[in-house]
Design a protein around this ligand. Structure first.
Ligand code: UD1
Ligand code: CA
Length: 462
């Protein structure tokens, strides 16, 4: 169920597309259903359904998640009614799991438990209950004298006595399709909200012996209604993700400030992460990679033993074995740093391939460049790759030495083992083994500085 407006988010974006650990909250729920073995997943959408559908298609493949439209939000019971046509060809004994789209922390094991409980229940209905740590406006589980589940009373409809009931409805159900088809026809909007409540199915199940309630920890079933809830769930997600990685051999100096997106991985053994590190998107780190304080890696693949020094930013890039970057290196999309290569402070790269053992240790812009093995790029080197219209390539062949403060005006090639003298503006290709130099000849005026100071001193006295 993901058709709701999410009014309390106060957002342009549909609530279920707000992200938790980098992944839209609805995708967590769909992922859990698939991991639990769901044969089909139908998303009930309403508010901005087009946007939500394209997000689902982009992540799971076009049409992999089916969509049922609920054009008007008339309650959770009505939402499920709108999904019935999607399952019209399924047999009555099929078990349907109904999940809340705004509770992303549900584990797939819990869904499997629900299905098992439903299969075992003569009433053909199981649901998750939870005891919230603080009062929440959840439905309360009302039991009969024999302790069997009698019905769920919504918070808004509950008497003060009923609000004292600790067991609440978490909003997740497994039910036999036959019962669902039949019982949904009996729903009436005779309640405080004037909605069709899915929770009224519980009263129907009482006649069949009572639904089964399984208790779940609140942190796993907590729903998100506003951005305070969102932040709370984000903390819970981060804890779950970080603990799983630490248990698999990753060291985190400060797990509370280590931000790893849900889709990051794998992370190898003896990976070391400093404080305030963020790993985003499809980033992966091989064994013994170190990522130091404040580094942000988005869609980056790092090979064994590489070292990302503090405050470096990398996006859509790769780092080879034992390579080192930083501190303060910025690798923009399309950067390939091969094994044993190094980028130092204040070096910016874009669509640049630095081959094995090549170095650019200080202050440089390297864009649209191919830099051969063991080439050395001096401080202040700039590839002039853009003339305001087109982008052009710089090729620096293996072993070349680019002196400090040089500009390489692309397209241009510096041949193998060639030298570019400091301060040179290279506009023509440099042949293999040559020296390129474009400097005004230096003039030394003997004694000039002494005479200048004397003249200044004399003027001040006057
Ligand atoms: C619901 C339950 C309540 C439970 C709580 C747990 C009902 C009547 N009540 O209340 O017992 O304690 O969840 O979080 O079910 N939705 C639709 N279409 C609609 C209405 C809702 O798709 O017409 C979706 C929402 O997008 C949301 C989910 O259903 O993902 C729950 O709806 P919401 O309005 O938040 O229900 P609650 O009032 O929280
Ligand atoms: Ca809710």
């Amino acid at each position: 169920m993901a058709a709701g407006l999410g009014t309390r988010m106060k957002s342009e974006l549909p609530k279920v597309l707000h992200r938790v650990a980098g992944r839209p909250m609805l995708h967590w729920v769909v992922g859990a259903a698939r991991a639990a073995g769901a044969q089909r997943v139908v998303a009930i959408l309403g508010h901005r359904a087009d946007l939500v559908t394209s997000a689902l298609d982009a992540s799971f493949g076009a049409g992999a998640v089916e969509v049922a439209l609920q054009p008007e939000q008339r309650g959770t019971g009505h939402a499920v009614q709108c999904a019935l046509p999607a399952v019209k060809d399924e047999p009555d004994d099929r078990i349907v799991v109904i999940l809340t789209g705004d509770a992303p922390m549900l584990a797939s094991e819990r869904i499997a438990e629900l299905v098992d409980a439903c299969a075992a229940s003569p009433a053909g209905l199981a649901l998750l209950s939870t005891v919230p740590p603080r009062p929440m406006p959840y439905g309360r589980l009302v039991r009969d004298a024999g302790g069997r589940l009698q019905r769920i009373v919504e918070h808004t409809d509950a008497t003060p006595e009923q609000r004292q009931i600790a067991d609440t409805n978490a909003g997740f159900y497994a039910i036999r399709l036959g019962h669902l088809r039949k019982d949904l026809t009996t729903l009436r909007a005779d309640n405080a909200k004037g909605e069709l409540y899915l929770t009224d199915l519980v009263a129907q199940a009482h006649a069949r012996g009572g639904a089964t309630a399984i208790d779940a920890p609140f942190t796993e079933v907590a729903g998100i209604n506003d951005r305070v809830d969102l932040a709370g769930v984000e903390v819970a997600a981060r804890k779950r993700i970080n603990e799983a990685w630490m248990r698999s051999g990753v060291t985190m100096v400060d797990p509370a400030s280590t931000y790893i997106d849900a889709d990051v991985g794998p992370l190898g053994k003896d990976v070391w992460l400093g404080p305030n590190v963020a790993l985003r998107g499809a980033t992966s780190l091989a064994d013994k990679v170190r990522v130091d304080i404040g580094a942000v890696l988005t869609d980056v693949k790092v090979a064994e033993g590489a070292y990302v020094k503090p405050y470096s930013i990398m996006s859509e890039s790769t780092l080879g074995a034992r390579a080192e970057i930083g501190p303060f290196t910025h690798c923009r999309p399309g950067t390939r740093v091969d094994e044993d290569a190094r980028l130092g402070n204040f070096v910016e790269t874009k669509k640049t391939h630095l081959m094995a053992g090549a170095k650019a240790n200080h202050l440089a812009y390297l864009g649209d460049a191919s830099i051969g093995t063991k080439a050395n790029i001096g401080a202040g080197t700039i590839t002039c790759n853009y003339d305001g219209v087109g982008k052009y390539k710089t090729t620096i062949e293996a072993g070349a030495f680019i002196g400090s403060d040089s500009q390489l005006v692309a397209p241009v090639t510096i041949g193998r083992d060639a030298y570019v003298g400091s301060g040179t503006t290279v506009t023509k290709d440099v042949p293999r083994g040559a020296l390129a130099l474009s400097r005004i000849k230096q003039v030394n005026v003997e004694g000039w500085a002494d005479r200048f100071r004397e003249a200044q001193a004399k003027r001040r006295k006057e």
